[in-house]
Design a binder for this molecule. Structure first.
Ligand SMILES: C[S@@+](CC[C@H](N)C(=O)[O-])C[C@H]1O[C@@H](n2cnc3c(N)ncnc32)[C@H](O)[C@@H]1O
Length: 250
């Protein structure tokens, strides 16, 4: 497969690479009081956009991991440029095999990653989050959601549109996955994908960054891929959305 959709969008200048954008993220963070006493892990931190904003807002400390060594380097540079190296520890890490002891975090954040994994890998990642969470800890995650009754054909088209072996579930599939891993007290929110919608982009990135992204998208080399993604998500706007899940460890 060629360049993954999220890497392409990041190259265009997009900082939030998640289906429900700020709306879903803010909803998730409404479930917790974040303060400097909390131990927080963000898995799939990408460029640390979330982590930097959270630390600036709350003074907390975060361990941020991503599998991709290139984005880990970018994240480190961004954290350093923000003067936050004491508060954000950026590491290369794999959600399927976290290097942290059992019960070490109060909060695990994981946005827009589980969809990219196969069924068994999704279970493995969730059991890793469960393992590293303290009892009573919370997992905040959001991902792509397939509207009920929609054909699996869309999944194949999605994979071709974003060059990622994405495998989203419907609401039942997602909640069943969390429950079978042991999480309980699930709270969920679903809504439209904001990733490429003009209104979602402006809300997530602000007007000036949105204009920069659009300018980059229209460059000759970028336009064909951008057009393919944009058209796919517009055509399937009633079939694909976001689901945000806040899940507690007993
Ligand atoms: C779509 S991006 C989402 C980034 C960010 N969470 C956001 O919401 O803007 C998916 C990220 O997941 C990372 N990723 C994929 N598989 C992973 C794994 N097994 N462990 C850790 N990170 C992973 C990718 O490198 C990429 O940065």
């Amino acid at each position: 497969m060629t360049e993954a959709g999220h890497s392409f969008l990041a190259r265009l200048g997009k900082t939030r690479l998640r289906p429900g954008g700020k709306q879903a993220t803010n909803w998730l963070f409404g479930h917790v009081e974040i303060n400097p006493e909390k131990n927080i892990l963000e898995v799939a931190c990408n460029q640390c956009t979330n982590a930097i904003a959270l630390v600036k807002k709350t003074g907390c400390s975060i361990t941020a991991v991503d599998l991709d060594p290139t984005v880990v380097e970018i994240a480190k540079q961004r954290v350093s440029a923000a003067g936050l190296t004491k508060s954000i520890q950026v590491e290369r890490g794999n959600a399927l095999n976290l290097s942290y002891p059992d019960q070490s975090f109060d909060i695990v954040i994981n946005e827009a990653m589980l969809t990219m994994l196969g069924d068994k890998q999704k279970q493995k990642a969730l059991s890793e989050y469960y393992r590293v969470l303290k009892p009573g800890g919370i997992l905040l995650t959001h991902d792509v959601y397939l509207a009920e009754g929609r054909s699996n054909e869309i999944i194949k088209d999605l994979q071709q549109a974003i060059h990622v072996p994405a495998n989203p579930y419907d609401k039942f599939g997602w909640t069943e996955l969390f429950e079978t891993t042991g999480f309980d007290q699930l709270d969920t929110l679903t809504g439209p994908m904001s990733l490429l919608r003009p209104i979602g982009m402006i809300r997530d990135e602000g007007i000036f960054r949105t204009l920069k992204i659009i300018r980059n998208a229209f460059k000759k080399d970028n336009y064909p891929y951008f057009k393919k993604m944009y058209r796919f998500f517009r055509k399937n706007k009633d079939s694909l959305g976001f689901i945000a899940v806040a899940a507690y460890k007993k």
